[in-house]
Every structure is written in C-alpha cells, then in structure tokens.
Design a protein around this ligand. Sequence first.
Ligand SMILES: [Ca+2]
Ligand SMILES: [Ca+2]
Ligand SMILES: [Ca+2]
Ligand SMILES: [Ca+2]
Length: 299
Amino acid sequence: MIDESSGAASLSVHLGQLVDAASPYDFSTATRTPLTGVGASTSTLLIANDVNHDGHDDLLLTDAASSTLVVLTAATDGSGTFPNAGAPSITLLGTAGVVASSMRAADVNADGVTDLVATAAGISAVLWVRGAATGGNWTPSLVSALDLDGEPIDAVVADIDGDGAQDLIVVEAPATLAAFHGVMESGTWTFVPAGVQTLAAPPAPGSLLTAEVTGDGLLDVALLLPEIGAISLHAAHNEAPLLSPGTLVAVGVDSVALAAGRVDSNAVPDLVVLQRDGEARVVYDRTDRWPTPGGSCLP
Ligand SMILES: [Ca+2]
Ligand SMILES: [Ca+2]
Ligand SMILES: [Ca+2]
Ligand SMILES: [Ca+2]
C-alpha cells in the first residue's frame, strides 16, 4: 500500500508468511520504502508483476502529479525491499496532466517480455507500452496509442478467441464494451476492431475482468454494473464479434466490486461480488452454461 499520511509518499509491503495450520497466514511483518521519485499524487495506480523475470514481483505505479510511470524492482535477496526506489520515473503518458485511469500488465506481443496497456483520463486512446529486457533490467517505452471514438476508462488484454494472439477489450464511457482482435502483420502489432457491445448501465471502475465461465475454453468477459445491480457477462467467440451481447445476472444494487477466482472446490471459476455492507460476498458458480446464483454466501 502507498502511505502519504506523513507528507512524503512511501510504500509499505506486508509480507505474507505461513505460520501454522490454525492461522496459516500472517501479514504483520512489513517493509517500508520511501518513494523519493514520486510526488504527492492522489490517484496512483499500483500493480505487481515480475517484469524482469527474476522470480520476485516488481511494482509499477503511476504518479498522477507528473504523468509518469515508476518501476520499483524487488530485491533479489527476498527481503521485500526495492533498492532502486530513488530512480527517476519514466514519462510515458504524454503531456503533463495526463493521468492514467487504468493500467494492466500483459505480454501483448508474445515476445516473452511484459508490456503494459493503459488508459488515461481525457484522451481517446489506449496506450500500449512495450517492455524490453536487457541485462536484468526492464525498460518500458510507449510504442503506440490506439485511437478510439469514445473515452476509454479501462482496458484488459487477453486471448479472447483462443488463437494464441492477445486481444484487447476496452470499456468506454459511459457504457460501451469494444473488442479488438490482435494481429501481428509484418512485424508490427495491431488491434483490429472486432465488435462493440452496449452495456445496460455504466460499469464499476476496475471491474472489467476475463474468466472462462461458459465451459468452452475461451476467456469470457464480465463487468459489474452497480446502477442496476447486475453482472454483465459476455461470452467469447472465435470470430468477430469477439464478444456476445451482455447477459445480465442480478446480484443486488449494493454491489461495489467484482472478482473472479476459484473459491470452491471444483475447477470452474467463480465470480465474487462484494456487497456495500461489507458482510456478504455472493459466489456465482457456473451451472450448465451460464453462472447462476446458488453458490455459497461467505461470511
Ligand atoms: Ca522481479
Ligand atoms: Ca512483450
Ligand atoms: Ca486472440
Ligand atoms: Ca468461454
């Protein structure tokens, strides 16, 4: 987590450790790293990814004040610290004042090196930041911006149609879901428009995710629509349009966040909804073709 309460930004990492069978996880041990290269921003995005492939997850964060990306490389001694925390940040997001609204890590062009896909408030483009690896360092550079008609607010990279090439799914304000088919042509990566779906309501920020929920092996797309208390599920196709129109699953108007994971004991991904009261988490588990309510209510 990023702590700015003292006036200077710092990063605290709570190290998960196995303790014993009765209380298997402990997060009480923390490291703190001053972020001298980061301003006192208020809308910082933080993701973890082992960008230099040394077995330790590194941290990528955006500094909204200076429109930059900061790469913190985890120490290789397992201490959970970031020795390069004072390194200069990297200007990636164009002119000052452009603030990233979403950022995801994925190997977009399948060259074995992590890349980033980001959206930024106020510009109608999805930014592709290609990573390069040299001598244990990871260096990102902005290589293209995919122009869109609307304003993108979130984007995720996944191989939707199962052809081995990454595709791009973009949420545009106020309530549109656009799919792009990833194609490598003459050594250049491009995203070709592959269908637009209108959402029934604006999605919750950060709720765009992919999960295989229909049982056909293709990654489907789910978003939480809090205004109407529903999940919008879009089944993947292996030809354009890549995604089907949304099928709504009612989850209640108090829903605030959505995640996918394997919560119960079967191999089918579950969808987890966090309710506003903070007490109920409703698990949706696929039965037959579509997820239906009837999983378990967790305490
Ligand atoms: Ca690493
Ligand atoms: Ca790559
Ligand atoms: Ca694909
Ligand atoms: Ca599927």
